[in-house]
Design a protein around this ligand. Structure first.
Ligand SMILES: Cc1cc2nc3c(=O)[nH]c(=O)nc-3n(C[C@H](O)[C@H](O)[C@H](O)COP(=O)(O)OP(=O)(O)OC[C@H]3O[C@@H](n4cnc5c(N)ncnc54)[C@H](O)[C@@H]3O)c2cc1C
Length: 453
């Protein structure tokens, strides 16, 4: 049972997150719309027809949204906490689509109302301000196309990431050059100051992410203290803070790991913490499955290697309204945050019931199998394994953890439990649909998707 004081604490936390979420959404809207309204203050250029003015407004809004995209991926914990990083990255993606739609709509409307402007598409004869507009629009279209079809086009994640940042910078810089080149609404010093301020703010975000934050990480390195091979082609890296106290995390959270090179490199890799959150010496563990070029090199990391950890991040944590029981649903390496949750329960002597529905390919590949067996003795923990390729004589669940297994294994009332889901997208989609069919409110389940892209 959970004490009533804890319940009010959790409800208060949710309320705080909801208010904070609302405040950030309002600040975001203000940042997008304020520059637009500010353009209408003071002396105005001679009025033109409605559609021309409308297309200019659409262009300015698109540019403001593009600039703010740098802020969305800047990993500001106080901004992302109410939602979690995956939701923010999803939002980043959706806003990009909207920003591109606005930026593309800007010339299209102009061409429709003033067909003579189509001639500006000829970059050999067009003035510079039109060339910048074209460069910004083409970069933005390329950026979005690469984000949508990166996997189909077989582009390496790291290559894509570097190109993504380069194209974003070109799109915003060329957009600003186009705006200044035209300068129709920027004649008054006040408006120029506003846009210069906004540009400096965007540059500041970039400097923070690419210079200030890496410098901070450089001064707080970690050392690999232990390497353990796990079942299921996975390796656990234990890392201890080197010369500082480290950070505290909540079970279910993750960090960005840089193993080779400095924190200034463009791409870090996100991994959930798999260790107990109770450790007081700042030591953290990550359990990493060999799934690609970066993760295949984990096996070659020597003990004592210096690494960099940026964290903790994520809202995949147990701090929402307390429930009568935790239902952890994991597929493959998605078990890592669940492991942190049960290890923390064990260290805290928490006797709340926990049900772990855990899908693996084979019995031999069940990561943490033996430790989970031991933990069932120390906790009120029940583990149900589902095997995709079961051996002869296997009498347990078969295939992906799905709606059927969920209904069979989870006792009602379904809406009274708190659910944590992490695994392959197809499994997560199925479970989310099943929970919705079982009328479990969204506030009762947390999903952690292992792909932001
Ligand atoms: C919040 C979160 C927690 C995760 N926790 C774990 C964990 O505990 N254990 C584990 O084994 N894996 C975890 N992952 C997945 C892990 O980050 C990827 O498997 C790993 O980065 C793949 O890198 P790669 O170069 O080996 O593979 P690649 O073949 O290069 O990449 C495979 C796919 O992983 C994704 N990916 C690759 N690099 C990144 C990156 N830098 N940022 C975001 N996505 C990327 C891309 O969608 C890519 O297509 C987690 C992912 C996220 C988002």
């Amino acid at each position: 049972m959970v004490a009533p004081t804890t319940m009010s604490g959790a409800a208060a936390l949710q309320l705080r997150y909801a208010l904070r979420g609302g405040a950030w959404a309002a600040i975001y809207l203000a940042c997008v719309l304020a520059p637009l309204f500010a353009l209408l203050i003071g002396p105005l250029p001679p009025a033109r027809d409605f559609w021309t003015e409308f297309s200019v407004a659409v262009g300015y809004s698109g540019l403001a949204m593009m600039g703010l995209q740098f802020g969305l991926t800047a990993r500001f914990r106080f901004v992302t906490a109410p939602w979690g990083e995956d939701v923010i990255y999803h939002l980043h993606r959706q806003i990009s689509l909207l920003a591109v739609a606005l930026v593309v709509a800007h010339p299209l409307i102009l061409f429709a109302v003033r067909p003579e402007l189509v001639a500006l598409l000829n970059s050999f004869t067009a003035p510079w301000r039109a060339r910048f507009a074209a460069l910004s629009t083409y970069s933005l279209i390329a950026l979005v196309a690469m984000a949508l079809w990166r996997t189909q086009w077989n582009i390496r994640y790291e290559t894509w990431h570097a190109l993504h940042i380069a194209l974003a910078l070109i799109a915003v810089a060329a957009g600003l050059a186009h705006m200044v080149g035209w300068g129709l609404y920027l004649e008054s010093p006040m408006k120029r100051t506003l846009w210069i301020g906004l540009t400096l703010f965007w540059i500041g975000l970039l400097v923070y992410v690419r210079v200030v934050k890496p410098l901070f990480l450089l001064r707080r390195p970690y050392r690999v203290s232990e390497i353990r091979r796990e079942r299921g082609d996975s390796i656990t890296l234990a890392m201890a803070p080197d010369g500082h106290a480290g950070f505290r995390f909540k079970p279910g959270q993750f960090g960005w790991l840089t193993l080779w090179g400095s924190p200034f490199q463009i791409t870090g890799h996100p991994f959930s913490f798999s260790s107990s959150a109770v450790a007081t010496d700042g030591r953290v563990e990550m359990t990493i499955r060999n799934l690609g070029d970066f993760t295949s090199r984990i096996a070659s990391v020597p003990p004592g290697q210096l690494v960099f950890l940026d964290g903790p991040y994520g809202a995949f944590t147990t701090n929402s309204e307390p429930a009568d029981m935790l239902v952890l649903i994991a597929g493959g390496v998605g078990v890592t945050p669940m492991m942190s949750i049960v290890r923390t329960f064990a260290d805290n002597g928490d006797k709340r019931p926990v049900l772990l529905l855990y899908g693996s390919r084979t019995y031999e590949e069940i990561t943490f199998r033996e430790e989970l067996e031991t933990l069932t003795g120390r906790l009120d923990l029940k583990v149900v394994h589902g095997l995709q390729n079961p051996h002869e004589g296997w009498s347990g669940e078969r295939g992906f953890i799905d709606a059927e297994i969920l209904r069979r294994q989870v006792p009602p009332p379904y809406a009274a439990h708190e659910y944590f889901i992490c695994g392959p997208n197809v499994m997560m989609d199925g479970i989310e649909r099943a929970l919705s069919a079982l009328e479990v409110p969204m506030s009762r389940y947390h999903s952690e998707r292992y792909s932001f892209a």
